[in-house]
Design a protein around this ligand. Structure first.
Ligand SMILES: Cc1cc2nc3c(=O)[nH]c(=O)nc-3n(C[C@H](O)[C@H](O)[C@H](O)COP(=O)(O)OP(=O)(O)OC[C@H]3O[C@@H](n4cnc5c(N)ncnc54)[C@H](O)[C@@H]3O)c2cc1C
Length: 422
């Protein structure tokens, strides 16, 4: 049944010579080519094409923002619906898992080298896989008791099946990657230790610390960070309570929808701009509304009120003023209103955790780890990528950073080897 549907999707592909879908994909998957093989019913060959560029097809096929990436570039989509590339990719990823098709080693260029990867999210897993494919001995250090990063503890299970995630990770690890769980950089070991023990290090620690609101009352009991709530699952009891979510991105939607499942009295999203400008995926906003979540648009929180605990949130209405054709968002004077709430959840973006900010590396103005074009940090042996160092925060972009880093690290290791020889 699924096979037939996938074939039907594949048959809609024009097989464009310019392959815009390939360029729309952060991982540069050879979409046109694997779709052609699906048309020809050569499923194992199609899986092999996909394995050349990605190790997370079952995941990316499901949770990538396809409309902004591959499907957004599909020629079919100009007039009608784009080819359902994500569905085809997920099918192939699932097929490889179900039929136990292993990821293949490609060369032994990296033989004899040892690399540590810190962080077992999409960036770390992908880097580890592409290094292992080249024969490098890789060890992942992960602070939690599990791998997957935000795929496990960020994206809620109602959007991503965790059993499937475990299977995809198992396929990656079967390349012979070593894993050390419950090992936190900055707590159980430091960079010095890694620099001494390994030929190179890849930092893929993410950036899952919620940004602060910068408004009065933020220190009150009952104010939480959305990222931490999802990661630690350390929720208060919401029953009978009103919960304010501040922010309009995907994290805000995931947090709101997670809390809504815990039976609060009401969940209200405060977003300072208009609905059309919300950065969250349209489909997520639609689901949130359907599930009964309330929205206040052009409503900017300015104060949290309460004696010890949160009691109310004060917000102002906003409007757009146009100056020299530039739209500017301003607060409407005298529009202050108070809204009775019990909890306030910050979902305004995320930053590096404290111990990562103190690694004695160089950091960018926006607070990420600064890297050179080859992904090297200010320390020679240490490379970085994914949310901790890059600006595009999606699974596919993090995975691409990991893949790029693997090839840069390999290049670095080989240069070091020839220097020693020379
Ligand atoms: C709620 C939420 C929903 C999202 N939904 C989507 C979506 O639908 N589609 C999409 O494409 N993207 C989504 N994203 C973004 C995407 O998940 C991230 O861009 C991606 O996971 C980043 O990968 P990463 O490997 O850089 O970091 P992470 O996934 O954060 O992985 C970092 C890993 O490093 C570990 N770590 C951290 N510090 C240390 C330390 N000191 N020592 C050892 N290990 C450490 C962490 O435990 C974690 O395992 C979402 C993000 C969030 C927060």
């Amino acid at each position: 049944m699924r096979e037939k549907r996938i074939e039907k999707f594949a048959n809609r592909c024009f097989g464009c010579s310019r392959k815009p879908c390939h360029f729309g994909c952060p991982l540069k998957n050879e979409i046109r080519d694997f779709i052609q093989l699906v048309k020809e019913k050569k499923i194992e060959d199609a899986c092999a094409i996909l394995d050349n560029t990605t190790v997370l097809p079952s995941i990316c096929g499901r949770i990538c923002p396809h409309e902004k990436q591959c499907q957004g570039s599909c020629i079919r989509g100009k007039r009608t619906r784009p080819v359902q590339i994500g569905r085809i990719e997920a099918y192939l990823g699932d097929y490889a898992i179900e039929h136990e098709i292993p990821l293949k080693k490609e060369s032994s260029k990296g033989k004899g080298f040892h690399v540590a990867v810190v962080g077992g999210g999409p960036a770390g897993l992908t880097c580890a896989a592409f290094l292992a494919k080249q024969g490098v001995e890789v060890t992942i250090y992960e602070k939690h008791a599990y791998l997957g990063g935000l795929l496990q503890h960020g994206i809620p299970s109602f959007r991503l099946n965790k059993t499937l995630l475990k299977k995809e990770i198992r396929r990656i690890l079967s390349l012979g990657i070593h894993v050390k769980l419950n090992q936190e950089l900055g707590v159980h070991f430091d960079l010095n230790f890694l620099e001494k023990k390994y030929d190179a290090v890849f930092l893929a620690v993410g950036a899952n610390h919620s940004k602060t609101l910068g408004i009065e009352g933020e220190e009150l009991e009952g104010v939480y960070g959305g990222n931490e709530l999802l990661e630690n699952m350390d929720h208060p009891n919401y029953q009978g309570k009103i919960v304010a979510i501040i922010g309009g991105g995907d994290v805000a939607m995931d947090v709101a929808r997670t809390i809504q499942r815990k039976k609060p009295k009401k969940v209200v999203v405060f977003y300072r701009r208009s609905e059309g400008e919300m950065p969250a995926e349209k489909v997520e906003i639609k689901h949130a509304k359907k599930e009964g979540i309330h929205f206040l648009f052009q409503a900017k929180p300015v104060r949290i009120l309460g004696k010890e605990k949160v009691e109310k949130i004060e917000y102002v209405k906003t409007k757009y003023t146009e100056k020299k054709e530039m739209k500017k968002l301003t607060s409407i004077k005298g529009s202050e209103k108070k809204y009775k709430v019990d909890y306030v959840i910050r979902c305004l973006g995320s930053c590096l955790e404290d111990q990562i900010q103190n690694l004695n590396l160089t950091y960018t103005e926006s607070g990420r780890i600064k890297i050179k074009e080859n992904r090297q940090t200010s320390k020679r042996k240490i490379f970085a990528g994914g949310d901790c160092a890059d600006t595009m925060h999606t699974v596919a972009w993090a995975s691409q950073a990991g893949k790029e880093a693997a090839f840069e690290i390999l290049d670095y290791l080989q240069k070091q080897k020839s220097k020693k020889r020379g």
